[in-house]
Design a protein around this ligand. Structure first.
Ligand code: SF4
Length: 335
């Protein structure tokens, strides 16, 4: 197959070869994936799958989220039902105890998860949250559970990140959420640069970086590509790709929904731009992808199981059924 300048149709297998070169995909290449004809979807997924398979085989890593403090956040992220600007009907509760966090880790390990992701609502970590998380990390490490710990506490300082790393936290999550250009349309109580700065500080503290965003919040195709390129530039370890599931009561609740085909093209584009990075088909996968959900695992190599921060997922058994039905297997922590 040749590239066709007139139709924009590309040689998709050749794009997977290009993904593995030093320069990788260009912005135009990545845009071509998002603009591709629907009839090309399987070829694009196949190109993404080749890269996913080379880097991760047929393993699917499970991540389990613990929403350790819910709601009452001072920030105004328009997608988030935990923002104090939202009227969403969610459970709001204060910080979970160390015991609850450790119990959640045991449960996650019991499900074969490789990552336990502890998230608190709020602009920045409180002293209490850092201390509780450090104590929980010590205890989880002491139990030698076969999972690693990721925390997401907001705009953290160097000192807070260093303490978390010393306590045994492996990874810090802080999403860019969208492209720099579109970020002010989504949030203006903090900036894209604030987010970038936290990611860089977490990296300097020796933590692995989990950083991704949300597709379908009204951004352009160019914005989607710019987010994928920004994550490549930052050299993040893990990219959660969330599919926007507009929540009633939030300022973005009337955003037109993303189609499953758009979402799959976006996921494949993230893989082609970031060929060796852990990529997660994250929040909204069930709602947005519907019956096409299994196709996501040909581009992504990880998923959250047992639900998200404020919304349920399809549940662990159905996730396992999907993974095994595809002939894939659960990933595990390397010894
Ligand atoms: S900072 Fe986090 S918890 Fe707060 S509104 Fe934004 S996404 Fe939600």
């Amino acid at each position: 197959m040749q590239d066709n300048a007139e139709t924009g149709r590309r040689n998709w297998p050749a794009l997977a070869d290009k993904a593995l070169t030093k320069t990788g995909l260009t912005r135009e290449d990545a845009l071509a994936v998002l603009r591709a004809d629907e009839g090309d979807l399987l070829e694009i997924i196949a190109a993404a799958y080749r890269l996913r398979r080379e880097a991760f085989g047929r393993r699917v890593n499970l991540h389990v989220i613990q929403n350790a403090r819910s709601g009452a956040c001072s920030e105004n992220c328009g997608f988030c039902s935990q923002s104090s600007a939202s009227h969403a009907n969610i459970d709001r509760y204060p910080l979970r105890s160390v015991e609850e966090l450790v119990a959640g880790a045991r449960q996650a390990a019991g499900m074969g998860a490789v990552k336990y992701c502890v998230v608190t609502s709020g602009r920045a970590p409180t002293e209490d949250a850092v201390e509780t998380m450090c104590e929980a990390a010590h205890r989880i490490r002491a139990e030698e559970l076969k999972l690693s710990i990721c925390v997401s506490l907001g705009l953290a300082t160097d000192e807070q990140l260093r303490r978390l790393a010393e306590a045994g936290v492996n990874r810090y999550n802080h999403n860019l959420e969208t492209a720099r250009r579109y970020f002010p349309h989504v949030c203006n109580t903090h900036s894209y640069d604030d987010r970038m700065a936290t990611v860089r500080k977490a990296k300097d503290a020796g933590l692995e970086i989990c950083c991704g965003g949300i597709i379908g919040m009204g951004e352009t195709l160019e914005d989607r590509v710019d987010l994928a390129l920004a994550l490549r530039e930052l050299g993040v370890d893990s990219i959660p790709v969330n599919f926007f599931n507009p929540r009633p009561g939030t300022s973005l609740e009337h955003t037109p929904p993303l189609t499953a085909l758009e979402a799959l093209r976006a996921l494949a584009m993230f893989r082609l731009v970031n060929p060796r990075t852990d990529i997660r088909a994250a929040g909204g996968r069930e709602i947005c992808l519907g019956p096409l959900q299994p196709l996501a695992l040909f581009a992504a190599n990880s998923i959250f199981t047992e639900g998200y921060l404020t919304t349920p997922g399809q549940g662990y058994s159905r996730d396992l059924e999907m993974i095994r039905g595809l002939g894939f297997e659960l990933g595990c922590i390397e010894a």
